[in-house]
Write a protein that binds this ligand. Structure first.
Ligand code: URP
Ligand code: ZN
Ligand code: ZN
Length: 455
């Protein structure tokens, strides 16, 4: 007899949909079958049983200038759990003068003991000095097996730095995750808009149009072709970047990409909301016009995109006021870690855009595979961690700020009622969420030493 049995649910993985019981022994799935006996039984009749979902791109307690994103490792991971996410990946970003190893120790110090779910960390390279390059193999061996690179912001790298880092990543088995926007073009466009007195949030997307994103993606992919490095494009938003990826794949390159719910569901129209409301939607790359959304959904459905991440980076409305008179000063980013899975289920599966299997693939299995967590995370299989989500496909939930747990005073989806919501979330065999209430313990989440990139 196992410790716990989840009975009569419909198990959904990236490959299958079937009825069976799941036996949990300690922290792992020990058996899948029929008529299993357990000391404790959870009845999942009428529910889907999904693997715990994986969000591979969040920014908790992210310092930007004089402000810090409003969810910390505790509030952000509790909110993630309430939305069905049991694993997140955040970032190690060296501050000026700090080495990558020092930044790693500091970031672990911020997270360990404060997380409510399991987590991993991407490295970020902000330079390509010999010290940084030499640090990579050891950090990769310690489970930091992905490398964030930027083409814009203060952390941007030039082409020579990209070449050195891409080559080093290939050598160490690190997967680069790249934010692609052409920095010079953004600066040029911003200056022109401000000089013309165009200072409101609605001008944010005009300062970073699709071609600005696609140019940088195309350049990074060209450089990655020279070094022979697989690359994942972060938070892709538009047809033009999809085309750059398809062109690189046609050249024989291994290219992966993630997309975020906001770019599938919201649009430039949101920048025109009255008052300063549009500031809530200032994130980068920006929201696009709706014509980009169908190609993105189609790529998600047909395998062109591998993961849905959130880029969760919330700022309170008060923090957003920094850019009241100048949109370029609005802190970039938006909340999303809690709403990702319900939105993709409701808008994807519920509206016939994604199959159940594909939904699990892009929200759990795909990100786990890309970032060295599979099959410990991202699937339901004997030996995998017992991270499980019992999902009521009929449960409706209006995504109001009051009903959510993220530490931010608004929701981007106030008017949206999703159909399908988690009713119980389990991490490594322990119930951590029941009926939209966190019942786990802060500090029980663990750091995940991830495997090297291989697909
Ligand atoms: O606007 C955004 N996305 N802020 C977070 C940092 C980033 O670019 O991923
Ligand atoms: Zn980014
Ligand atoms: Zn990000």
């Amino acid at each position: 007899m196992v410790d716990l049995v989840i009975k009569n649910g419909t198990i959904v993985t990236a490959a299958d949909v079937y009825q069976a019981d799941i036996g949990v022994e300690g922290e792992r799935i020990a058996s899948i079958g029929h008529d299993l006996a357990g000391q404790e039984v959870v009845d999942a009749t009428g529910y889907y049983v999904f693997p715990g979902f994986v969000d591979a791109h969040v920014h908790l307690s992210l310092p930007v200038g004089d402000v810090v994103s409003s969810d910390d490792f505790t509030t952000g991971t509790i909110a993630a759990a309430c939305g069905g996410t049991t694993t997140i990946l955040d970032f190690i970003t060296p501050q000026p003068g700090q080495s990558l190893q020092e930044a790693t120790i500091a970031r672990r110090g911020e997270a360990d003991g404060r997380v409510a779910i399991d987590y991993g960390l991407h490295l970020t390279a902000v330079d390509a000095t010999p010290e940084t390059l030499e640090a990579l193999p050891e950090l990769a061996a310690q489970g930091y097996t992905s490398l964030k690179l930027y083409t814009t912001y203060d952390m941007r790298l030039d082409d020579e730095q990209f070449l050195r880092l891409l080559a080093a990543a290939r050598e160490c088995g690190l997967l680069p995750l790249v934010h692609t926007e052409n920095h010079a073009a953004i600066e040029y466009l911003k200056a022109g808009l401000l000089a013309a007195g165009k200072t409101g949030p609605r001008y944010h997307p005009l300062s970073r149009p699709p071609v600005v994103e696609a140019e940088a993606a195309n350049r990074v992919l060209t450089l990655a072709g020279l070094t022979g490095t697989p690359v994942c494009i972060a938070h892709l938003t538009c047809r033009e970047t999809l085309a750059a990826i398809e062109a690189a794949r046609a050249r024989g390159q291994a290219v992966y990409a993630e997309v975020c719910p906001q770019h599938l569901l919201l649009s430039v129209d949101d920048y025109d909301r009255p008052g300063f409301e549009g500031a809530k939607f200032v994130l980068s790359p920006p929201l696009r016009d709706r014509s980009h959304q169908q190609p993105l959904w189609r790529a998600l459905a047909n395998g062109g995109l591998q993961a849905v991440s959130t880029d969760h980076c919330p700022w309170t409305f008060e923090q957003k006021q920094r850019g009241r008179d100048d949109f370029t000063q609005i802190p970039n980013g938006a909340p999303g870690v809690e709403t990702r899975v319900p939105l993709i289920y409701s808008e994807g599966v519920g509206k016939g855009r994604l199959s159940l299997n594909r939904f699990v693939e892009v929200c759990a299995t795909g990100p786990a595979r890309l970032f060295g967590l599979y099959p410990q995370k991202g699937t339901i299989a004997v030996g995998s961690d017992a991270d499980l989500v019992l999902w009521d496909p009929e449960k409706e939930h209006r995504l109001t700020q009051e009903s959510l747990h993220m530490n931010v005073d608004y929701s981007l989806y106030e008017d949206i009622t999703v159909r399908g919501y988690p009713v119980l979330v389990m991490q490594r065999g322990r119930v951590i969420v029941r009926d939209n209430e966190f019942v786990g313990s802060v500090g029980a989440g663990r750091f995940l030493r991830r495997g090297l990139f291989r697909l």
